[in-house]
Ligand binder design. Structure first.
Ligand SMILES: O=C(O)CCC(=O)C(=O)O
Ligand SMILES: [Fe+2]
Length: 259
């Protein structure tokens, strides 16, 4: 708890409030509602309020549906468009390593800030309820830079991505921002011969809505494959098939250090 407070102080400056007032202020502004470790609300000093959902079956998988406002989504889309990466119809993916475009650096900072506040809210909840909740581990949050690799994917309505675990040349801690078409991402456990009891067909669906952010770390990053199958008949949510349109995703990762 003290450690988190000192991190928040380091990032946002020393509060002139007394200890009690500071606690009261943060309680009022950052922690609201946690049901069985599944939902968490936090309001940052930047005025944004964010709701997080943990996918209970998968450790290290968090979804923030309201990460980007409609306005922020259109700004992000126009920054991507201005890169001119998708001007040729043959091109549907762009990758950058090291120095990322300004808008991607800003996006990374805003992911960092939102997690920082939400982790703080989670710590307050942990403190009060005795439950352990962590949206993104501190060592990943404070690495420098937080992300140094970017992939922007543009998918036409029936296109998606096959089941995979992201390459081991990337560190733990992956963030994906989803834009345009809503879709369902499915997670399936990496096959493991030593635990043959698991149903190989079992898939965990996660609804990605425009402007949402997903975080994958730990088990979610290493022990689960993720995929998006947008072929007819697969994109079903609550019994309804979701109409598929063009979709753009922004994936941020950190390359492993090579010595
Ligand atoms: O488009 C997405 O949301 C997923 C992208 C992805 O999984 C990847 O690039 O490794
Ligand atoms: Fe991936």
């Amino acid at each position: 708890m003290e450690e988190v407070k000192s991190i928040v102080r380091e990032a946002f400056g020393e509060s002139s409030n007394s200890e009690g007032e500071e606690e009261e202020y943060l309680n009022a502004h950052s922690a609201e509602n946690l049901e069985n470790g599944k939902r968490l609300s936090s309001e940052s000093v930047f005025g944004g309020s964010h709701n997080w959902e943990s996918i209970t079956e998968i450790d290290g998988l968090w979804l923030c549906k309201d990460f980007l406002s409609t306005h922020q989504q259109s700004n992000l889309l126009s920054s991507i468009q201005q890169e001119g990466w998708f001007a040729a119809s043959s091109s549907n993916q762009a990758m950058r390593f090291g120095d990322l475009p300004g808008w991607a650096v800003e996006l990374s900072s805003s992911i960092h800030e939102v997690i920082l506040f939400s982790n703080y809210a989670a710590e307050l909840e942990n403190y009060e309820t005795g439950k352990e909740v962590c949206i993104f581990p501190q060592d990943l949050l404070w690495r420098e830079p937080i992300f140094d690799q970017l992939i922007v994917n543009m998918y036409q309505p029936t296109e998606g991505i096959c089941p995979h675990v992201d390459l081991m040349r990337f560190e733990d801690g992956i963030a994906i921002v989803s834009l345009e078409s809503t879709c369902v991402m499915h997670f399936s456990r990496v096959e493991n011969d030593t635990c043959g009891v698991q149903d190989p067909q079992h898939k965990v669906p996660v609804l990605l809505t425009p402007g949402c952010l997903i975080l994958m770390w730990g088990e979610a990053r290493y022990l689960w494959k993720h995929e998006i199958n947008r072929k007819p008949g697969i994109q079903i949510w609550e019994g309804q098939e979701i109409d598929q349109k063009r979709r753009i995703s922004v994936t941020l990762r950190k390359l492993c250090q090579t010595e």
